[in-house]
Design a protein around this ligand. Structure first.
Ligand code: THU
Length: 164
């Protein structure tokens, strides 16, 4: 038996002002996108902004439903919109931010497991990693270069291929 370790690397910035100008703008758009969230049940408003290789920015926000599982996270709203409206255009970065009705979010928001799985597939399709920039309403920013840092040992499409 061997004990093995998986290490992840992430960059922590004290706040958004330490980011590049482009990343500050993208994160700002993610925070703005929280205004379009529909979250009457959780009262937790998440915004996502996706940067495409041609400079286009697509935003998304969580959209809830009285039948709870029918709602969708901000990240998947933005990613699926980008893929359906701009097929073949690579996604370079995804910024995520959030604010809540009754408390202040100071810790970075990280994509949920289902969103991580979707990001895995986007990276596989485009054969390029996505830079993921995460912040709460304010406070430190965490950045990872590629979803593997957030979802090691992921399940991906290669594993579905059967030999003839
Ligand atoms: N949510 C997101 O939109 N993204 C995340 O990364 C975490 C959770 C949403 C889902 C639900 O509408 C609300 O936040 C509370 O879980």
């Amino acid at each position: 038996m061997n004990v093995k370790e998986v290490r992840i690397t992430f960059h922590e910035y004290e706040n958004e002002k330490e980011l590049s100008q482009d990343e500050q703008v993208l994160l700002g758009k993610a925070l703005q996108a929280t205004d379009n969230s529909y979250a009457p049940y959780s009262e937790f408003h998440v915004g996502a902004a996706v940067l495409l290789e041609d400079g286009t920015v697509v935003i998304g926000s969580n959209q809830e439903n009285a039948a709870y599982p029918s709602g969708l996270c901000a990240e998947r709203v933005a990613l699926f919109y980008a893929q359906s409206q701009y097929p073949g255009v690579k996604i370079k970065a995804l910024a995520v931010s959030a604010k809540a009705d009754h408390f202040h979010i100071e810790a970075p928001i990280t994509p949920c497991g289902s969103c991580r799985q979707v990001i895995v597939e986007v990276e596989q399709r485009q054969k390029e990693k996505i830079r993921i920039i995460m912040q709460g309403e304010t406070g430190p920013v965490h950045v990872v270069q590629g979803i593997e840092a957030l979802l090691p040992f992921s399940f991906h499409e290669e594993k579905l291929k059967k030999k003839l």
